[in-house]
Each structure stands twice: as C-alpha cells, then as structure tokens.
Design a protein around this ligand. Sequence first.
Ligand SMILES: *Cc1c(COP(=O)(O)O)cnc(C)c1O
Length: 254
Amino acid sequence: MSAVSMSGDTGGGERALQLAAALKGVQERIARSCASAGRPADSVLLVAVTKTWPASDVRLLAQLGVADVAESREQEAGPKHDACADLGLRWHFVGQLQRNKAVAVARWAHCVESVDREPLVAALGRAMQQHEEARDLAVLVQVDLETGGGNEGEVTPGARRGGARPDDVPRLADLVDSTPGLALHGLMAVAPRAADPAAAFARLALLAERVRVDHPHARVLSAGMSSDLEAAVAAGATQVRIGSALLGNRPPLR
Ligand SMILES: *Cc1c(COP(=O)(O)O)cnc(C)c1O
C-alpha cells in the first residue's frame, strides 16, 4: 500500500484533524520535556519528517504552523519540495547522501543534517557555488553514536545509519566551516538501536560542546525522534526530528 493511498480518499478534513491532534500531542511532549529540563518551551525546534508521506500532508502540516520539514531521499524530496514551493517552508535533508546527489539536494535543501565525510563536504560546497542566488547551505555534521560508546561489538552489519566517528567530527566541522557556500550550524545524531539513548545523547552533547569551542556559532543540536525525544531534550537538543508520532507508521522504506 502506498503512502498516497493510506492518506487518500478518506478526505483531507479527516487527515487534517488527525495531524492536528498528533501535532498537539508532540508539542505537549516537547513542552513537558523542556519544563523538566528547566528550558524555555521555544528552545526546541520541531522538524516534521515527512518521508514516504504525500505533499498533501506537508501542506496540511504547514497550515497547522509547522515551518520545518525533513526528507531522507532526494528522488522523493525534490518533487515534493516543488509541489510545496509556495508554502515558505524550510527543508532539511536527513538521509544518507551520495556525492552525485549533492547538486540535486542543494537545489532545494536549506539544511543538510547528514554530512559525515570529507568528499561530501567538497561536493556540497561545489554544488552551492553553481547556484546563482548567493546563499549558504546550513550543514550539520552527523555523528555515529554506535561507535565510541563501548558497544561496538553489538553493531550488526548493515545496521549503520551513517555518521562520522566521534573522533573525526571536530576535523569535519573545521572543514565545513572553511568551505565557501557552507555554514556549520551544529551536529546531528540518531540514537543507537541497542543502547540507552540518554547515555548516547550525553556523549553527543559533550562532543557538541567541544565543537563549539572552535565554532561558537554552531549551536544546533539535532537529536531525538518519535521514541526518544524526551531523552534528547533532557540532553540539550535544540531540534527534534519527528516522523511517525506526527504522521503515523510509515510503510517500510525498502
Ligand atoms: C525517519 C527519520 C526520523 C524520524 O523518525 P521517527 O521515529 O518516525 O520519528 C528522524 N531522523 C532521521 C534521520 C530519520 O531518517
């Protein structure tokens, strides 16, 4: 069953009500987490992960006040962006990015959150230089939290979600910051599958602090998804990436 048919003929009104209720629930979770952490409720940006869901859902979320959306596959995201170009949204790319897709992603993305290796930095820099409009692409360096936490042995092959080894992150951050057309905004990570998210996010927060010594403006910490946003906010996340808690369970990506 496709995402389109899942949200299709029941009528936009019903889907709008569904999304409004889910959005309210997520906003309440964020507000409660901020309150427990002694942080202002507006210190965490909600990024709606709309991968697999149709442009009509993006439109409904925009009407409900969502300003930031994220996608993980260029071939799906480019057309969806174009169908929603009138909405004034900020588009984030959060998926594994091949170098040969850098130009395509740079066309519509405001922020690439999944930069995890040097050749990709160079490719995105070159892509931005091909643009007529002079704007910087916001970049987050993605950190692999599966490594460096003492649980490497538990990582099953093929389970990698991308990300640079923690030791490589400061050097990658330097490289992004010195590449024309790119602006280093901070770090992103996905919690490891098998480990305690709180411990992993604490390691991420320490690494972010270290990066900010040399790059004080790189204040974005993108961590937390539907299942672990509370732990991420407690650890200092400034933005959370929420898919299923907003839009429902996705059909499998592969
Ligand atoms: C799909 C995805 C999300 C959203 O995950 P949910 O568990 O559905 O909230 C967040 N971050 C990345 C990198 C993703 O690929």
